[in-house]
Design a protein around this ligand. Structure first.
Ligand code: NAD
Length: 248
């Protein structure tokens, strides 16, 4: 049985990804820092092991990785999904706010990948990092979030280029808007309406639609795909100026 490690697995895109891996016959190590949500999410799932860990904390990540390695699990996929969204203007983004975003979105993705490098190499496994359309296209209020996600994209390429010779693939998925707890905390009704207008498919995506792309990239079906940035965004990245007057 193949094993995937999924961060931010207690809810949203991480939980949907966990469920798709399980349905595909994988075992999943579910990582999250929200103890109650993690326990509740994992309770009904078979072949899922919840592990409490804050991925922004190097000592916690090292302890978690050592435990997994001692337990002798092969690690066939690592999905660096845990992320925080904190949107604010440049003028109100002090260093503490910047670091809060960077420490999970960028440092956590780096730390997890470093800590699980040896078992991933041993299994010729796959890394999938979750960035965002906010890393592909700049927008207001995302000086920290957007920059953290752009960095995750480049980190993915670094990983693909350097780990390729060991048979490890690394790819990045950029979700468009999905109505998870993270998005709903920062998307007002006006923002939701504007997103609908700017998205060629005219709707938010679902957690499952993002999870399918992640699981595909971890599967043998993507065995020659590495170093890629793939948007699952309803066409958002492809659009220019979405003038309603120019529509049929
Ligand atoms: N929902 C969207 O519209 C959207 C769009 C683009 C990108 N994304 C990205 O997708 C990923 C998942 O987002 P979501 O919408 O499912 O979020 P969510 O808030 O619903 O779930 C995120 C999970 O990650 C966990 N987490 C956060 N920081 C952590 C840390 N330091 N250590 C361990 N666990 C941590 C949270 O406890 C939570 O369970 C994020 O990286 C996010 O930036 C989401």
């Amino acid at each position: 049985m193949k094993t995937a490690v999924v961060t931010g697995a207690a809810r949203g895109i991480g939980l949907a990804t966990t469920q798709q891996f399980l349905a595909d016959g994988w075992r999943v190590v579910m990582i999250d820092r929200d103890e109650a949500a993690l326990a509740e999410a994992a309770a009904p799932l078979e072949n899922a092991e919840p592990v409490l860990c804050d991925i922004s904390q190097p000592d916690q990540v090292d302890r978690m990785a050592a435990d997994l390695i001692v337990a002798g699990h092969s690690i066939d996929a690592l999905v660096n999904n845990a992320g925080v969204a904190d949107f604010g203007p440049i003028a109100e983004t002090d260093f503490a706010r910047w670091r809060r975003v960077m420490e999970t979105n960028l440092d956590g993705t780096f730390l997890m990948s470093q800590a699980l490098r040896a078992p991933l190499i041993a299994a010729k496994g796959a890394i999938v990092n979750i960035a965002s359309i906010s890393g592909l296209r700049a927008s207001t209020l995302r000086v920290a979030y957007g920059t953290s996600k752009a960095a995750v994209m480049h980190l993915t390429k670094q990983q693909a280029v350097e780990l390729g010779e060991y048979g490890v693939r690394a790819n990045c998925v950029c979700p468009g808007p999905v109505a998870t707890k993270l998005a709903m905390a920062v998307h007002s009704p006006e923002i939701i309406a504007a997103y609908h207008d700017a998205l060629p498919l005219n709707r938010y995506g679902s957690e499952d639609e993002i999870a399918s792309v992640i699981c595909f990239l971890c599967s043998a079906k993507a065995s020659f795909v590495t170093g890629q940035i793939i948007a699952s965004d309803g066409g958002f990245e492809a659009t220019g100026i979405g003038l309603p007057a120019l529509r049929s």
